[in-house]
Structures are given as structure tokens and as C-alpha cells.
Design a protein around this ligand. Structure first.
Ligand code: SAH
Length: 237
């Protein structure tokens, strides 16, 4: 059996179900950088590095023929995780169960206040697997639709261009933007800025950061970033 387990973003967000499974499997498979999050389960761990996702998933499927295996993703494995690839590569019809986890944007949002409490779009700025034009098109359409926009993978060491293009588009807008680095972890840091100034935060933002662009109704209440549901307008409170 193959469990595709989300371990949450930030150590405190591991669900009971994930904990139970990690305590009971025969093998844990994960990205080298995540080994530290699963060592405490005292299980054999197989790791592969960045860009070795296909090898990792194939190994997990192979081992799952006669063992219980947990393939671990941070946050939710079905949100920019390996869940879909595992289904796509499952030629031997291994039983696969996805165990959801608390995704980074939920944790970042809670830390900022309530910024995704209305319709929102989730977008990754990584162009490793998705063409840049498509990412930009989706971003522009989401802005046009006045959606709140959560940006995963905003920047990496080698990849800043899309962030710069998006920050340039946002220069012309007047929206509230929340930036959370290491959400839910001890070293969490956050900023709430105007979209016109987002570009100035390029050195603050890295691959452990999530950016939440507010919609036209987003406001600050006691320094918290809030997306109103509309109750006050409707009920004239
Ligand atoms: N499956 C993960 C997302 C993996 S994509 C999830 O559901 O959360 C990796 C991106 O997620 C990072 O580049 C960053 O944008 C975001 N991310 C993951 N953990 C984070 C954290 N603790 N704080 C802020 N952003 C995080």
C-alpha cells in the first residue's frame, strides 16, 4: 500500500492521521531536505534530491508492492506535491491513499489574519513544468476577476523573472499584499505591504515564502489582513 502523506507546513501542523500512518509504515520516502521532518518516526528513510521526483515516486511504488510505504510531501501532497504523479506512474495498480495536510497558504493566511476568506486562486510561479506564458495569463485573469491570489514558489535562487513581471504588473494596482516566510515554523517572518511596493521586497522573498495578493475589498483591521465576506454591507452592521 502506498500512502501519499502531507506532513503540513510547519512542524505543528502534522495531522493525527498522518502521524498514525508514519508510525505504522515500513518505509518513508521523501525529498532529502525533508528528512529532518520524519526522522523521529524511526523508520527506514529513502531520499532523493531536487528534480529527482520521478525516481522517488517510482521507488515508492516499487517498494509498495510488498510493504506499506509513505511518500511524504510538505503541506498537502495534492497541492504542488507528488500525489498526481504517483497516480500517473502507477502501472501495477498499487493501492494508493492520499493523506491530506495543512497547506502553506492556510497557515500563512491564519498568520496574516483572514486574507483568503473569499474566492481565491492558487498559482505557482515555478516555470519548471508549466510554461511561463500560461502562468502569466492565469495571473492576469485572476487579477481581472478580482480574486485573492496565493502565489506559491514565488522565487528560487535561479528564477526571479516571473516574480519581477508580476511585481511590475502589481505596481499599477493599489492592493494589500501579505508575504509570509517559513509560515508556521519558529523562524516565521511576515510583511504586509502595498502592491506598488512589492518589488522592494525581492530580497526578503525566497523559496520558503508565500505571497497573498488581496482583492479590491481586502482591508487592514488592527494590522491584520482581512478579506471581508460581505456581512457588514449586507446586514448594515
Ligand atoms: N505541498 C506544499 C507546497 C509545495 S510547493 C503545500 O501544500 O504547502 C513549495 C512552495 O510552497 C514554496 O516555494 C513556498 O511558496 C510554499 N511553502 C511551503 N511551505 C511553506 C512555509 N512553511 N511557509 C511559506 N511558504 C511555504
Amino acid at each position: 500500500m502506498l500512502y501519499i502523506v502531507g506532513v503540513g507546513s510547519g512542524e505543528r501542523y502534522l495531522t493525527k492521521e498522518a502521524e498514525e500512518i508514519l508510525n505504522n509504515v515500513d518505509l518513508i520516502v521523501c525529498y532529502t531536505g525533508y528528512k529532518k521532518y520524519v526522522e523521529r518516526f524511526n523508520k527506514p528513510i529513502y531520499t532523493t534530491g531536487m528534480k529527482k521526483e520521478i525516481d522517488r515516486v517510482k521507488k515508492a511504488l516499487e517498494e509498495a508492492k510488498d510493504k506499506d510505504v509513505a511518500l511524504v510531501s510538505t503541506g498537502d501532497p495534492g497541492i504542488y506535491g507528488l500525489a498526481s504523479l504517483a497516480f500517473e506512474l502507477n502501472k501495477d495498480n498499487i493501492d494508493i491513499k492520499v493523506i491530506p495536510g495543512v497547506t502553506a497558504c492556510s497557515i500563512a493566511a491564519a498568520s496574516l489574519g483572514a486574507p483568503i476568506n473569499h474566492d481565491f486562486v492558487v498559482l505557482s510561479l515555478s516555470d519548471l513544468l508549466t510554461p511561463r506564458e500560461l502562468i502569466l495569463k492565469r495571473f492576469k485573469l485572476a487579477l481581472e476577476g478580482d480574486y485573492i491570489i496565493c502565489l506559491y514558489n514565488p522565487i528560487s535562487k535561479k528564477r526571479k523573472e516571473l516574480f519581477l513581471e508580476i511585481a511590475n504588473i502589481l505596481k499599477e494596482k493599489d492592493l494589500i499584499v501579505g508575504i509570509v516566510k517559513h509560515a508556521g515554523r519558529e523562524k516565521e517572518e511576515k510583511r504586509i505591504v502595498n502592491s506598488k511596493d512589492l518589488i522592494k521586497y525581492i530580497d526578503f522573498i525566497d523559496m520558503n515564502t508565500i505571497i497573498i495578493v488581496g482583492n479590491s475589498k481586502t482591508k487592514l483591521v488592527n494590522n491584520k489582513m482581512i478579506a471581508p465576506r460581505g456581512y457588514l454591507d449586507k446586514y448594515k452592521v
